[in-house]
Design a protein around this ligand. Sequence first.
Ligand code: SF4
Length: 468
Amino acid sequence: MAGSGGFREECGIVGVWGHPEASNLAYLALYALQHRGQESAGVVSTDGSSLWVHKGMGLVSDVFDQQVLARLRGSGAIGHVRYSTTGATHLRNAQPFVVGHRGGGLAIAHNGNLVNAHLLREELEGRGSLFQSTMDTEVIVHLMAASSRPSTRERLVEALSQVKGSYSLVLLTERGLLAARDPHGFRPLVMGRRQEAVVIASETCALDLIEAEFLREVEPGEILEVDSRGLRGYKAFRAEKHQCVFELIYFARPDSQVFSRNVYQVRKAMGRALAREHAVDADMVVPIPDSGVPAAIGYSQESGIPFELGLVRNHYVGRTFIEPREQIRHFGVKVKLNPVRGFMEGKRVILVDDSIVRGTTSRKLVNLVRQAGASQVHVRISSPPTIGSCYYGIDTPTREELIASCRPVEEVRDFIGADSLGYLSLEGIREAVGGKAGEFCMACFTDDYPVEVPLEKPVHQLSLFQEM
Ligand code: SF4
């Protein structure tokens, strides 16, 4: 249900250095990362003397064609797919963000959200900086420009020492590629190799697509630099891990390796734990596709209740789908999901999904399954109740809009119209993800935010450049 209008993916990034078809590889890798952002896409390449840029609104397939890719010359490239978390949605905010810097060019692609960007921006503007976009990412570039350190890497370290929040980023100049991950490691970032070329990407599914070998994660607080002198890693900041557990619950692709874990296996483990915590007599386990599938398989395997694809997703409903007016609004959910006719007639159905956000989509889905003839509908959620917003790179509704923030479980059950409702506990999540307690951010479940959050949304984000 998160995938149906609740928490939204943030951004996906890629960097390639040392390959004659760097921009083509970056473009292909963006296809694998499309689930992390569908509003804009861009690639910047370098041939050692210039930066070549192409960005556009829409999906990767809308933005690039063969002529465009042929113009993106050189053996170094970075790419970005965006779903905006900060800054309005329009081309000016599409990434990679490119500026002139010390006689050359500099391009940056960022996944995350800087919680103190508005304060830094005010300070920088007070000192004469002129901003081109409403993106928090631009703050990093201005801080680098203000630094007197001799190298690009040192200027980046100085800039990053002043920002707070989440960043996984890649940065390109005519001379090299840099990658950095914040000390908390909120967002994933991995490194691989394709022959001699170094590849950096948000998720391993991007490495798989371009047949790059996965080497390791970029560590929290680490900066990587690759240029004509080879690849070097620097521990720039002391790591204090708070990796986003929602990447494992919902955001990352199930075929990815994230935070040294196999996402598919973790989701199945969540489903198994859910079956142990919230057992119920039923005839079938039905996932909300696609996000609920691995957890539903786990639930089915643990409970011995058959797994069935009772709902089928239409994969061709793009982001441009317009919700119909109120009188016919219930068609909205049917455009995306349709029950297999006659299949659930008279059956007791366990409906498995990853989260409930506002509750409205869940209510429609429960109703859809009842209309399909189910005699009972038991909803099982493979994460705890979502009670807080995210400030670290995920677009979320406000706290007031989150149904679990203001209603106990029994009232949520009543609202969505299910016969029973069970959420996976915090202990269940911890057990499923494994590792040390505390190395994950779970703030949207616990209200315990690892990095201090702003009191209110900065005004300039709302007022500047509101183009239609
Ligand atoms: Fe992830 Fe939630 Fe933490 Fe945001 S608040 S980083 S969505 S776990």
